[in-house]
Design a protein around this ligand. Structure first.
Ligand SMILES: Cc1cc2nc3c(=O)[nH]c(=O)nc-3n(C[C@H](O)[C@H](O)[C@H](O)COP(=O)(O)O)c2cc1C
Length: 207
């Protein structure tokens, strides 16, 4: 089973991250969880979960509106939360194993820091490590409209080897609910991690 870094930052879209966390965990994968202070504020606003950024209640995140995951593993993975000042955490070093990192949702502030190599917190540093080690880094930015600085930072990140996968769900699977829209995006992230997970139907009738 794989080990991933999942970072939540203070952009709108916490339900995407919670579903992704649940899907990866239920599929047997291990997760280093990072959460910015702003992400905890967004969590309160969007899903009503109120944590200090230093003390995240992982079981509550895993149980939040938990839904079935197709082909779930017999044994779920582990989830370890690290505070953003803990540069001794494994994810701060390229010598620690990781099969990829996802920043979901990704604020324009974190996007800028990662695109410009400013490793001022553990999320920025872990992303920098993934880029320098040529590992998979998927950022899920959310802002609208996008200004020139945002667009330039996305281009920088793409040029550096990152994957910019915006929180832009499609509608061609005919979503009946918000859960369907969330699953569309989470499935695209899982696809880019190379995981064989189908949460929604696919174009062409598969799944
Ligand atoms: C409820 C809420 C929603 C927000 N939505 C966004 C957003 O969609 N995109 C964004 O770039 N910033 C958004 N922000 C602002 C960021 O949280 C803020 O710029 C913060 O400094 C980002 O810090 P971080 O990157 O360390 O998480 C939002 C803030 C709040 C409180």
């Amino acid at each position: 089973m794989a080990t991933y870094v999942l970072a939540m930052t203070g952009a709108s879209g916490a339900p995407y991250a919670l579903r992704l966390l649940q899907v990866l965990h239920a599929s047997g994968h291990n997760i280093h969880l990072l959460m910015s202070y702003a992400a905890t504020r967004v969590l309160v606003e969007e899903v009503g979960l109120d944590f200090s950024a230093d003390q995240i209640d992982v079981p509550q995140l895993l149980n939040y509106k938990a839904r079935p995951v197709p082909n779930a593993a017999a044994n779920p993975g582990w989830v370890k939360h690290h505070t953003l000042t803990n540069f001794s955490a494994p994810v701060a070093s390229g010598s620690a194993r990781s099969d990829g990192m996802i920043i979901c949702p990704c604020s324009m502030g974190t996007l800028a820091a990662v695109a410009q190599g400013m490793s001022t917190n553990l999320i920025h540093r872990a992303a920098d490590v993934h880029l320098k080690e040529r590992r998979k880094l998927i950022v899920v930015p959310r802002e609208t409209p996008l200004g020139r600085v945002h667009l330039e930072n996305m281009l920088h990140l793409t040029d550096a080897g990152g994957i910019v996968l915006p929180a832009m769900p499609g509608f061609y699977h005919r979503p009946q609910s918000l859960d369907d829209l969330i699953d569309f995006l989470v499935n695209r992230i899982c696809d880019h991690l190379g995981l064989d997970i189908s949460l929604t139907s696919r174009w062409g009738g598969e799944g």
